[in-house]
Design a protein around this ligand. Structure first.
Ligand code: ADP
Ligand code: TYD
Length: 213
């Protein structure tokens, strides 16, 4: 039985271990013979650079503008003719992204932006491509803050415990609301890296079949 190449999105609050697990899953699938393309949001496109400039206070941007830019960045992430996700999938790659639209649902709705608006603003992306699996790394905000203090790798705008807790709650709300339309796998991210990776491998193998490449 041949299996179509998958699109997998990792989700979680800052410091939840997404990039660590993206790398491990990519290595695992590559070892099994899959062509794997890993990517992330915000992207490194011009739109992604604008988002980072706002986060770094080099450019002004209201939270509503940020939410809209992320929706545009995501459409470009899917559609651009150089290395867009849809192109990569067509070329036979399994695509793994560090963040996709659930990040928008969680992060922007904490800023008094109605989650319905965020879902609507991303509906074209959802219509174009829903992940075969959303992998949510469920980590307590306290643990993630401890990890972030050790290795700094993200944006200060969102990195307060209070904000992490709000985003955490919004992720739960988004999964509750959209659980019927989306495939979501939740793994306990408070554990050791290897245990989480093993859980994720099992979930992905359930999609591709243990004997399949
Ligand atoms: P994210 O991409 O979600 O921000 P990272 O993968 O960059 O998260 O992890 C954040 C920090 O926590 C990094 O310093 C990383 O080495 C560390 N880390 C990742 N997973 C674990 C884990 N299971 N246990 C302890 N530390 C971890
Ligand atoms: P990222 O580089 O993944 O940070 P981290 O490695 O800490 O998880 O993401 C950058 C920030 O952008 C992160 O704080 C989450 C935020 N973000 C949004 O606010 N909306 C979105 O749609 C996405 C994809 C990310």
């Amino acid at each position: 039985m041949s299996v179509k190449n998958l699109f997998i999105a990792f989700e979680g609050i800052d410091g939840s271990g997404k990039s660590t697990q993206v790398k491990l899953l990519a290595e695992f699938l590559t070892h099994k013979g899959h062509k794997v393309y890993t990517t992330f949001e915000p992207t490194d496109s011009r739109i992604g650079v604008m988002i980072r400039d706002i986060f770094n206070h080099r450019m002004e941007g209201d939270q509503r503008v940020i939410a809209a830019l992320f929706a545009a960045d995501r459409l470009n992430h899917l559609l651009n003719s150089q290395d867009g996700i849809l192109k990569k999938l067509k070329e036979g790659y399994t695509v793994i992204t560090d963040r996709y639209y659930f990040s928008s649902y969680a992060y922007h709705s904490v800023h008094n932006i109605d989650m319905d608006w965020v879902i609507q603003a991303n509906s074209m992306s959802a219509d174009l491509l829903r992940p075969d699996l959303n992998i949510y790394i469920d980590i307590s905000p306290d643990v993630s803050m401890e990890r972030l203090k050790k290795g700094r790798n993200s944006f200060e705008m969102y990195e307060t415990l209070e904000n992490q807790k709000m985003v955490y709650d919004k992720y739960k709300e988004a999964f509750d609301r959209l659980g019927d339309a989306e495939k979501v796998f939740v793994t306990d991210g408070n554990r050791k890296t290897d245990l989480i990776a093993e859980d994720i491998r099992i979930a992905v193998e359930a999609l591709i079949g243990p004997g399949n490449n």
